[in-house]
Ligand binder design. Sequence first.
Ligand SMILES: Nc1nc2c(ncn2[C@@H]2O[C@H](COP(=O)(O)OP(=O)(O)OP(=O)(O)O)[C@@H](O)[C@H]2O)c(=O)[nH]1
Ligand SMILES: [Mg+2]
Length: 199
Amino acid sequence: MPAINYATREINLRVVYYGPGLGGKTSNLRALHERVHARARGRLIELMTESDRTLFFDFMPLSLGSIRGFSTRFHLYTVPGQIHYRASRALILKIVDVVVFVADSQEMRREANIESLSDLDVNLREHGYRPDAVPLVLQYNKRDCAEAMPRAQLDADLNHRGAAVYEAIATRGIGVLETFEAAARLAVRELRSGRHAAR
Ligand SMILES: Nc1nc2c(ncn2[C@@H]2O[C@H](COP(=O)(O)OP(=O)(O)OP(=O)(O)O)[C@@H](O)[C@H]2O)c(=O)[nH]1
Ligand SMILES: [Mg+2]
């Protein structure tokens, strides 16, 4: 649910990047940080292990204009994809306005993608959300990998809801901005519709 502060006339919308370990969630935030205007973005905070894996979450605020006199700030979070950080993943999903599911296109990660998507559903339900009602954008990342699955395969595995899909190479910044913009649009549309409950 969006946090609306009437006193300061601010709306905070939370975008959570979810997906299997090493899929490219942190790479998305890094690429966005490089590409958005310095005035719009806050500091990118990465909490990681020695081996560069996300330990708890990454966080970056983005200020993008205003809606009816309220300044709109997006809070971008990534979850840690490693299996054993389940509790952290669940905690970060407690407040969410839109999910970006970053799938790893590599054939060997097929099962990991499917598992992660079902883990997302379970965690959303635990927080009282109706998973199908939470705005979702899919990103098929690592399109540059030789073992990348065809898009139709990924659609069949992951896109049962008919969500918008963006192909990406996060490490080169390809498709990253488009993915975020789609997520931001969905969050704002939800806010305007007055639904923004999804619970
Ligand atoms: N070839 C290729 N490598 C990528 C791409 N995106 C990310 N990587 C690499 O994949 C590895 C994992 O990327 P991260 O962004 O750390 O993945 P993550 O989803 O944040 O991983 P966790 O924090 O463990 O959940 C890194 O070595 C990246 O450089 C891509 O589009 N193509
Ligand atoms: Mg990460």
